[in-house]
Design a protein. Structure first.
Length: 653
């Protein structure tokens, strides 16, 4: 989609006339006749016409020409990015057969009114919910790493399994022991319900927060499994445990048994957390599938659509009904039908390498325009057709596409709860975590800032600035990039990427700044196409250093203290932020330290703050949400880090 050329002054003839008439009472109150027959009004209209001609010429100068130049060299704004969420489908009851949720199943938010339409998400893969088959069970000893087969103890009545057996000299259980359950097939993405029959042996533990970790093997390491519900009190009584297995689960050989393992491990108790005085014992254990999780994206599918008929001329353009559209998948393309039959044409980025016999087309994601090859006259007078032209009268149609995207898709957790179509044996759905990745289309101002960088350095990654520019170009979801060249010149180039987080800074958490797997692939694939052969690149995120500010300020008499406090905290949260922070509001700079003097100056600008008496800075653990160490005047920042706000405390007197 071409950049829209701006109007430097968009006033029309009538706007100028109306503005002049509104000023008459101010400057000449004795002039009361404003009818069209009045000579003064005629003069106003004459000058308005002349002014409109001048404005027309104004709109042809530098800024407008600059945008047109960017269009000529192919600088197009990025289309919107689609938000994605993991949606869990729940079965009405456990089934003995496979339950399938088809690819393309639509789920929406509950609201759908005239004022606010429902947000639609579509599943990207087929989801098969298979009954789990428990085939093995072993216990492990943390000290000797001995494996004990206990599957028969779980199968036969009258026997039981002691989950953790290693004790120290005082008789306390040693963390690290585990009970492993082996399944015949992968449980990736499954919601598993374990029926546990146990007696109250594991005394001493807090049933609401037992020192247990449920984990699965992902091929490289043990990763955490979310506990959705647990009525066993930490394997301490009969009940049910519902586990949400992540999307990675690979087989592992332990001893002589190869299986897909799910384990529960005894972990060290945290401060104030009681642990087991005696190991829990399980008499029986059964597993069944009650749901599964699949990735969904903020998109709606569109069926095949006829765009029109060819007139045989070069450079034809057609537009689909619902732009912007998402990157195409298999089966989404353009079909040209004429007397010779229907033929699928090939999508290309541009026509620079297309010959007159190539069935190529360009499909602009932002505008939804389908373009066919132009005929170009070169400097030597020759004329060349880039890409074949559909025959006169041929029908142009798209076989399908998906449309959507933008920041509106970043819905909160537990908001995607409605299914547009029913699926047998499925009772409902929910997204247990918020959707992420939705970013609006690139603005004209952003495209204008990116254009000169692209032209200046070309399409090859050589300098640190090249890597940063290419990372920004790879996706609209990339907000900032910092390249750290190897200190020795031999190691890999390290690229730190800050994703675009469009939520309110007050609601942002550390996990919001993680790079989603699709975004990571997009960045790495784009860099791989432009890097010099032999250059290794590591893509990651900065280390986010949490900061908590404690301040004592004074407000004038009569000001509401709570309001002043909230304004101060909001300003601190905005200022200490990777995307909105810093003096210019464009994000906290790398290598820039934070000092109490700057914070004091910031607080003095807050409405309602009369003076600032004291400011102390604390390091803040963003995981535990706790302050670390004592207050100081300066917090240093290394070149791998950025500041992110923690909990601030402002006392107003």
């Amino acid at each position: 989609m071409a950049l829209p050329a701006p109007n430097l002054d968009d006033r029309t003839f009538q706007d100028i006339v109306d503005e002049a008439k509104r000023l008459i009472p101010r400057y000449t109150p004795e002039w009361t006749n404003h009818n069209l027959s009045d000579p003064g009004v005629a003069l106003i209209e004459l000058f308005a016409w002349m002014s409109e001609m001048v404005l027309y010429r104004v709109n042809q100068v530098p800024d407008r020409l600059y945008v047109h130049f960017l269009n000529l060299v192919g600088i197009d704004p990025f289309p919107p990015s689609v938000a994605r969420a993991d949606v869990t489908f729940w079965l009405s009851a456990a089934q003995d057969a496979v339950v399938t949720v088809p690819e393309g199943t639509q789920i929406t938010t509950a609201r759908d009114t005239m004022a606010e339409r429902a947000i639609v998400f579509t599943t990207v893969d087929r989801l098969d919910i298979r009954p789990p088959e428990l085939v093995a069970a072993i216990t492990t000893d943390a000290r000797t790493e001995r494996l004990t087969d206990v599957i028969d103890d779980l199968r036969y009545e009258g026997s039981s399994v002691t989950c953790f057996s290693t004790v120290d000299r005082t008789g306390a259980l040693v963390p690290g022991d585990a009970l492993l359950l082996g399944f015949a097939r992968s449980l990736a993405g499954m919601a598993i319900r374990l029926f546990v029959s146990a007696v109250a042996k594991g005394i001493g533990v807090d049933p609401q927060r037992p020192p247990l970790a449920w984990e699965v093997w992902n091929g490289e390491a043990w990763i955490a499994v979310d506990v959705f519900t647990d009525t066993t009190g930490g394997l301490n009584r009969s009940g049910e445990i519902v586990l949400l297995v992540p999307g990675e689960h690979e087989s592992l050989t332990l001893g002589e048994t190869s299986s897909y393992w799910l384990r529960v491990r005894l972990i060290p108790a945290r401060a104030g957390q009681p642990t087991y005085q005696e190991a829990p014992r399980i008499d029986d254990l059964r597993a069944e599938a009650i749901g599964a999780t699949v990735r969904a994206e903020h998109a709606s599918p569109s069926p095949a659509e006829v765009l029109g008929r060819s007139d045989g001329s070069p450079g034809q353009e057609y537009r689909v009904s619902f732009p912007p559209i998402l990157p195409r998948r298999a089966g989404e393309g353009v079909r040209v039908t004429d007397t010779g039959g229907s033929v699928e044409w090939t999508e290309v980025e541009d026509f620079s390498r297309s010959g007159p016999g190539d069935r190529h087309f360009v499909w602009d994601s932002a505008s939804g325009e389908v373009r066919f090859g132009p005929r170009i006259r070169y400097a030597d007078g020759s004329v060349r057709q880039h890409g074949m032209i559909p025959r006169d009268g041929a029908e142009i149609a798209v076989t399908g596409y998906r449309f959507g995207g933008g920041a509106a898709g970043n819905v909160g957790a537990r908001t995607l709860t409605a299914m547009r179509t029913s699926v047998p044996f499925v009772s409902g759905c929910v997204n247990l975590r918020a959707a992420t990745g939705g970013v609006d289309a690139e603005t004209v101002a952003e495209a204008k800032a990116r254009g000169p960088m692209t032209l200046r350095t070309g399409q090859r990654a050589v300098t640190a600035g090249d890597f940063e520019r290419l990372a920004l170009e790879s996706s609209v979801e990339v907000a900032r990039a910092r390249c750290l060249p190897s200190a020795t010149g031999r190691g890999p180039v390290r690229l730190l990427v800050v994703p675009a987080v469009r939520t309110d800074p007050k609601a942002q958490q550390l996990d919001d700044y993680a790079l989603a797997a699709p975004l990571m692939r997009t960045i790495t694939d784009h860099l791989d196409r432009h890097r010099i052969v032999g250059t290794a690149i590591e893509v990651g995120t900065p280390y986010y250093q949490g900061v908590s500010v404690a301040a004592l300020v004074h407000a004038p008499p009569g000001r509401p203290l709570a309001l002043v406090r909230q304004r101060a905290i909001d300003e601190l949260t905005r200022y200490i932020n990777p995307l909105t922070g810093g003096a210019d509001g464009a994000g906290w700079l790398f290598d820039v330290d934070l000092n109490a003097a700057a914070i004091a100056q910031l607080l003095e600008t807050v409405e309602g703050v009369e003076r600032v008496d004291e400011v102390q800075l604390f390091e803040f653990d963003l995981r535990t949400r706790q302050r670390v160490g004592s207050g100081r005047d300066v917090i240093r920042l290394d070149r791998h880090s950025l500041f992110l706000s923690g909990n601030h405390r402002v006392v107003v007197r």
